[in-house]
Ligand binder design. Sequence first.
Ligand SMILES: *Cc1c(COP(=O)(O)O)cnc(C)c1O
Length: 387
Amino acid sequence: MKKIQMVDLQGQYAKIKEDVNNSIEQVLSTSAYINGPLVHEFQKNLEKYLDVKHVIPCANGTDALQIAMMGLGLEQGDEVITADFTFAATVEVIALLKLTPVLVDVDAKNFNIDIDALKKAITPKTKAIVPVHLFGQVANMDAIMEIAKEHNLYVIEDNAQAIGANYTFKNGKKQKAGTIGNVGTTSFFPSKNLGCYGDGGAIFTNDDKLAHTIRGIVNHGMYTRYYHDVVGVNSRLDSIQAGVLKAKLPNLNEYCNARRNAARFYNNAFAENSNIITPTAKSNATNHCNQICDVCDCHVFHQYTLQITNGKRDALHKHLLDKGIPNAIYYPVALHAQKAYTDKRYNESDFPVTNQLIETVISLPMHTELENEQLEFITKTIINFVG
Ligand SMILES: *Cc1c(COP(=O)(O)O)cnc(C)c1O
């Protein structure tokens, strides 16, 4: 059996080596390292794939969030609601821009922002909601868009973990994650579902005016060269990374399927175990099934995350490492409890689900190259231990 890895970038590269190398050589042969033709080509290809009018590439997923918020003209004191259970980048940029982060609890069924908690957090100062499509599963966008419309709020989708996922609305309409709100953002960090070989990110929108504003912001606030109309940043996707992404994008659907297949194997293996809660991939809007089928492509499994309910999570974490099975706790601390983001406004009783998840979650190896033999070993080892 091959050594098990949390993410297998080497194995994936081996299969697309020629395409990736050709792209990189193309950049090297032209020396167009910044804003070269491959950046534009990748942008166009991604617009087509996502069926969105504008993709604006940038330097990383954190910048993408920051630039999206700058583009919407959010100002000091504006309240921005996001989930308590996520990677810190989301709340970090809210705080950096001197906006007021408002963290709310999540839903234990899908790890995404809890709709009732979201509704309760809205005040006259609320300006935007940032749903994070955590672990690759799209949040309840039917409800979120309805709430946003009712209260006149912007929706910024943090789609760093769910590129390629489809969301099916109640009325049957399908749309790609990240293209539903006013603006969506993503990260091309190497381990993300569409990763480059360095840092990268992008912003998506169907709003022509917002796209224009954002294109200036990523480039020092310039709309005409050397005329700075607004305060901007320097945030670029370099041509070599764009080349890697252009070579990988045609494989994204296949990558999503490979992840879903691994998730299905895991879910089937743990189905009978009463101490393990497996992730569901049920769309909030549809009732297709509780399992991971090809109809419900609302989940692209950036992470495969279990909840261990018999108190053995930490012991399992160590046991798996001893057996050579990498695994991780995403996330070990709730954002409202992080030193940088504590706030007197928060009560522990506001976060029952997040506080429970940080004690029970464990993420298993998840990538495009997992083999059945490895999956069998992982699942057997877990079932033997958890009982
Ligand atoms: C990875 C990630 C980011 C940040 O992306 P970078 O490219 O690392 O800056 C933001 N939000 C979420 C949910 C992420 O997973």
